[in-house]
Ligand binder design. Structure first.
Ligand SMILES: Cc1cc2nc3c(=O)[nH]c(=O)nc-3n(C[C@H](O)[C@H](O)[C@H](O)COP(=O)(O)OP(=O)(O)OC[C@H]3O[C@@H](n4cnc5c(N)ncnc54)[C@H](O)[C@@H]3O)c2cc1C
Length: 553
């Protein structure tokens, strides 16, 4: 089996030897380690490794090198191995340069010299980055293969499901990859039955349902206990945080997710405002860490399982799933967040998954290589997606209703977008129609000031026009406001009907809904501050009150 590489570059021979020695001592069993004093020489080696089909997991480069600055080296190396992790070695005096590099080369870490003792300052960082890298990398022979048509909605659903559940796969387009034909020929599946999923053990499934795939790849879908202390609905940041705090505090905790863990945050190409991650991290990385953490504490995570309804029986809560199974619990935390608002233009739904995507930038980015694509919406998530897609597409056009992006997006994103030459902003405009045969081919834009309509070729349209609360499934047992957000705590007491539904002597707890023992946290709660940190905080807070409620029972 080929081992992945760690590449180290430092012009100071003494430092190079020291870091090479530490890295070799710790990682030589699982990685090949190559070290050089010259950035130019390292780039030659990297190109050679690419030609030989080798993989690189990590670059470690010094910043101050006379021949080429570390940032420049990492930028060039990133073009050849974009998935490899990147550490810049800096002295105190270079910290400013390192911080600038975070945006420029999407640096994963800057490590201050000296790093002794390595057990404290070097290995934990490197271990963390290598774990992240491994989570998304699988050698060819170990990965699941999906064979299908690039612009097929069914293939898109499978890709989105696997990537959301952090299962690495190899995508093979039947129309452009000759290898895909060979795999197809080795089965009795025809092109009309695609997508074909080939598992690691060589067995295959054609056009499977998501629960079928989940069962075959070992995701848990059924509860194992008769009764749980707390059942959490939705595995976005709020639900994941609630589950970590719940099981960490010894509660029997179950977490139900209808798609894949991560929620909206799982779609984020780069989260830059989460405390403690100065270089940012992707939604996938944050989710992987949170899921690992909650499983370690003993939470049962069921995915994909969609909650259909909640009823009350003898003071206990009965949660029914779409597949008819029921789970009993003493308390519930609803953390169903929000889902992308749909763009309401005729015919658009026909192309969902076939050129039109809600979120999914990271799943479909490779399909946009060298294409002209459009993004509808000008909020932070639209801008993050534009930045990510600009690395693949020839041209990314952001279509916004207002006349400036700065009215809807954070400053740092506006700045990044302005400095990215292949991103254009189309102001005062709406997408009003779309057309294509089997897949999206063009869209029509209307300038809302001049009323002028323009039809443009579009390989893909990514839609980020806001969200609406994930409460469509909730019956009237739980009080919502006119927009569908769940009302909690003191806000409930402002309702005229408060005394008709609230019979306890105490007031509702801060995150408690109109039903005692059912709590809401994150974006789904009326009055919550949208955002990952707030959702995480709210998830943790809900558990504090779940405990109080359990003591009262
Ligand atoms: C593309 C994008 C980028 C973003 N980037 C940032 C950022 O950089 N920084 C930041 O602070 N915020 C960011 N946000 C906002 C942030 O992600 C949200 O505020 C946050 O995810 C809300 O968390 P939540 O847990 O409340 O809900 P969500 O993240 O919406 O999660 C809800 C979960 O519940 C599940 N669910 C819904 N209904 C059911 C049901 N009936 N049964 C089972 N499961 C169900 C959903 O599938 C989903 O996984 C971004 C949002 C998007 C869309």
């Amino acid at each position: 089996m080929k081992l992945p590489y760690i590449i180290i570059v430092d012009d100071d021979l003494q430092v190079l030897r020291a870091i090479q020695r530490d890295i070799r001592n710790e990682y030589r069993e699982e990685y090949k380690i190559a070290a050089t004093e010259s950035a130019a020489e390292a780039l030659e080696l990297i190109k050679e490794l690419k030609l030989k089909n080798e993989t690189i997991a990590l670059f470690i480069s010094d910043q101050k090198m006379p021949e080429m600055e570390g940032i420049v080296f990492l930028e060039k190396a990133n073009e050849i191995f974009p998935d490899a992790k990147k550490i810049l070695l800096t002295a105190y005096s270079d910290i400013e340069a390192a911080i600038k590099a975070i945006n420029k080369v999407k640096l994963d870490y800057y490590l201050l010299k000296p790093w002794h003792p390595p057990e404290e300052k070097l290995f934990p960082v490197v271990n963390d980055l290598l774990d992240d890298w491994h989570a998304l990398y699988k050698p060819d022979h170990e990965a699941i293969r999906i064979i299908g048509f690039q612009w097929s909605p069914k293939s898109h659903v499978v890709k989105e499901f696997l990537s959301g559940n952090l299962i690495p796969y190899i995508w093979m387009d039947i129309e452009s990859d000759p290898e895909a034909e060979k795999y197809l020929a080795s089965t009795d599946v025809t092109k009309s039955d695609l997508p074909l999923i080939i598992l690691k053990d060589g067995t295959y499934m054609n056009d499977p349902s998501l629960p079928d795939i989940a069962a075959r790849i070992g995701l848990q879908q059924k509860a194992t206990k008769e009764m749980y202390d707390v059942l959490i609905i939705g595995a976005g940041p709020a639900g994941l945080a609630a589950s970590v705090y719940g099981s960490c505090e010894g509660l029997k905790t179950i977490l139900i997710e209808m798609k894949s863990p991560g929620g909206q945050a799982g779609n984020s190409a780069r989260i830059e405002n989460y405390l403690g991650f100065p270089t940012g991290l992707s939604g996938g990385e944050l989710t992987r860490r949170a899921v690992t953490q909650t499983l370690r504490f003993g939470t049962e995570v069921l995915t994909p399982q969609q909650v259909k309804s909640i009823t009350l029986k003898d003071g206990y809560k009965v949660t029914e799933m779409m597949d008819g199974t029921v789970i009993h619990s003493k308390a519930i935390v609803i953390a169903t967040g929000a889902a992308y608002a749909r763009l309401d233009i005729p015919g658009l739904e026909n192309f969902t998954g076939a050129g039109v995507y809600y979120g999914s930038a990271s799943v479909e980015a490779h399909a946009c290589k060298d294409e002209v694509i459009y993004i509808a919406g000008g909020g932070n998530s639209a801008c993050q997606a534009a930045m990510y897609l600009s690395k693949f597409a020839k041209e990314v056009n952001i279509v916004i209703r207002r006349d400036k992006l700065s009215q809807t997006a954070a400053n740092y994103l506006v700045e990044n977008i302005t400095n990215t030459p292949n991103i254009k902003i189309i102001v005062n405009s709406d997408v009003i129609s779309c057309a294509g045969s089997a897949v999206l081919e063009n869209i029509t834009l209307k300038n809302t000031k001049t009323q002028e309509e323009t039809t443009v070729t579009a390989k893909a349209l990514f839609i980020y026009i806001g969200t609406k609360p994930g409460t469509g499934w909730l019956n009237d047992v739980i009080l919502k406001n006119d927009k569908g957000f769940i009302i909690t705590g003191s806000e409930l007491m402002k309702e005229k009907s408060f005394h008709t539904f609230w019979k306890l002597d105490r007031e509702p707890y801060l995150p408690e809904t109109s039903v005692p023992g059912i709590f809401a946290s994150g974006d789904v709660r009326f009055g919550a501050l949208a955002g990952i940190s707030s959702a995480v905080g709210e998830g943790a807070l809900a558990i504090r009150f779940v405990r109080k409620y359990l003591q009262e029972m």
